[in-house]
Design a protein around this ligand. Structure first.
Ligand SMILES: Cc1cc2nc3c(=O)[nH]c(=O)nc-3n(C[C@H](O)[C@H](O)[C@H](O)COP(=O)(O)OP(=O)(O)OC[C@H]3O[C@@H](n4cnc5c(N)ncnc54)[C@H](O)[C@@H]3O)c2cc1C
Length: 397
């Protein structure tokens, strides 16, 4: 049996996953030191969709009220055919959805969400936040783990949680499985003032326009002050890229074949930035003794199910439960955390890919099949499909 080990839990990475982990541990009275590479804690990018499972986690983390206060509660997930500009189907997210799953579906600004988690961490006496602290790797023995920082400093704790994202240094040492898989899909993001969104498209919905090898997503954000635009196409991009500014013409290039109404949405975007999407195959084990991964470091996924951040939040809560269940044997707690989280996160990783292939990007007969299947379903049918994800908490308690 391993021991609890001495000292605080070290967390590498101050994204949504790392901050949530620090808060979840604090709920169990566990002290942590969060080590963030950047010189300031923050988030780039725009909106994020949150399923009811994220709100279950927020409540546990003690930020439920603050998170609810900044959310826009959309009425529908709406699927449009980008070639005909006709609706294929929608999922009603109002009362029936909320009462079935116990929480809403909402959209929030990433910066706002990160800010809520950060403030809660700053307010908590058990959490220490350190910036300009890139973790390069670790050494461990039977009772402690030491993080090696790029500055040369060493920080020792009882455990190390690698919440350091898609290109995790901690993962390199825990599993050494090489770089993530580059999908070849490029996503462009922009945020525009609501008055610049075509008036007939200012829907209270997360709307997806699905076209051959491309799609467009839009939804209102920040108290309806702005609209989030996310557009994606396959251009076989070979390298991972995150947040690079690009021209309007480059964004439009992937949408010459879609309906003028869909193209018109893109024309309203400005200050576009691009991301080349990456993921990994599910991995059953992401633990090495006193070290475990969390969030994108453990199970990076394509964004098509809008669940990456939701999974990171669930991971954080589950980890806190297993650490408190094994107060004297933290390595066993990490094993239990990983075995509880693997089936669910693996399923979401794989479904995210499948949704991209069969819902977001089909063409020809494949698109006709999608339209026929999806237009025949009611909202209740979709609730049944999603019950495994939204129906439980997934939090391991
Ligand atoms: C286009 C797009 C749209 C998305 N939409 C949604 C959505 O609608 N809903 C949803 O739930 N998810 C969505 N996601 C996924 C979601 O953004 C991620 O899953 C989530 O942000 C992962 O959080 P994380 O904390 O694990 O990693 P990250 O957010 O990547 O944070 C990692 C942190 O670690 C720091 N770091 C990196 N290396 C080190 C190191 N060696 N030492 C110390 N610090 C380090 C980084 O600076 C960063 O602060 C989307 C993703 C994309 C790309």
């Amino acid at each position: 049996m391993g021991s609890a080990g001495a000292g605080p839990v070290l967390i590498a990475g101050g994204g949504i996953g790392g901050l949530a982990a620090a808060l979840a541990l604090a709920q169990k009275g566990i002290r942590s030191i969060l080590l963030e590479k950047a010189s300031a804690l923050g988030e780039i990018g725009a909106g994020i969709q949150l399923g009811p499972n994220a709100f279950h986690a927020f409540d546990y983390l003690g930020v439920g009220q603050a998170a609810r206060g900044m959310a826009v509660y959309i009425d529908q997930l709406r699927l449009m055919d980008a070639l005909t500009a006709e609706e294929i189907t929608h999922v009603d997210l109002r009362d029936a959805f909320r009462s079935r799953f116990g929480n809403p579906y909402a959209v929030v600004h990433r910066g706002d969400l990160h800010g809520v988690l950060l403030q809660a961490c700053r307010d908590h006496g058990l959490i220490e936040l350190r910036v300009s602290s890139e973790v390069l790797g670790y050494n461990q023995d039977g009772s402690s783990v030491t993080a090696r920082l790029a500055s040369g400093e060493r920080v020792t704790g009882s455990l190390l949680i690698g919440a350091d994202g898609l290109r995790s240094n901690i993962r390199k040492q825990v599993v050494a499985d090489g770089p993530p898989r580059v999908s070849g899909h490029t996503t462009y993001r922009s945020v525009i003032p609501t008055q610049e969104m075509p008036e007939d498209l200012r829907w209270n919905a997360a709307t997806l326009w699905a076209g051959p090898k491309c799609h467009i997503v839009h939804y209102p954000l920040s108290g309806w002050k702005v609209f989030n635009l996310v557009v994606t196409y396959h251009n076989d991009a070979p390298e991972p890229v995150a947040g690079k500014p690009v021209s309007d013409d480059e964004v439009m290039r992937g949408f010459e074949h879609v309906h003028a109404r869909a193209q018109n949405i893109i024309r309203h975007g400005k200050n576009w930035r691009l991301w080349v999407l990456c993921d990994r195959d599910p991995l059953p084990r992401w633990v090495d003794g006193r070290v475990a991964l969390l969030g994108d470091a453990a199970h990076p996924m394509l964004q098509y199910f809008a669940q990456g951040a939701c999974m990171a939040l669930e991971d954080a809560v589950c980890l806190s439960h297993t650490l408190s269940a094994y107060p004297n044997d933290h390595p066993s707690a990490l094993d239990l955390y990983c075995s509880q989280r693997f089936p669910r996160t693996a399923r979401v990783q794989l479904i995210s890919r499948a949704i991209g292939e069969h819902i977001y990007h089909p063409s020809g007969d494949h698109a006709h099949i999608r339209n026929a299947i999806m237009s025949a379903k009611t909202s209740e049918n979709y609730y049944d499909d999603l019950a495994w994800l939204y129906g439980g908490t997934g939090l391991g308690n």
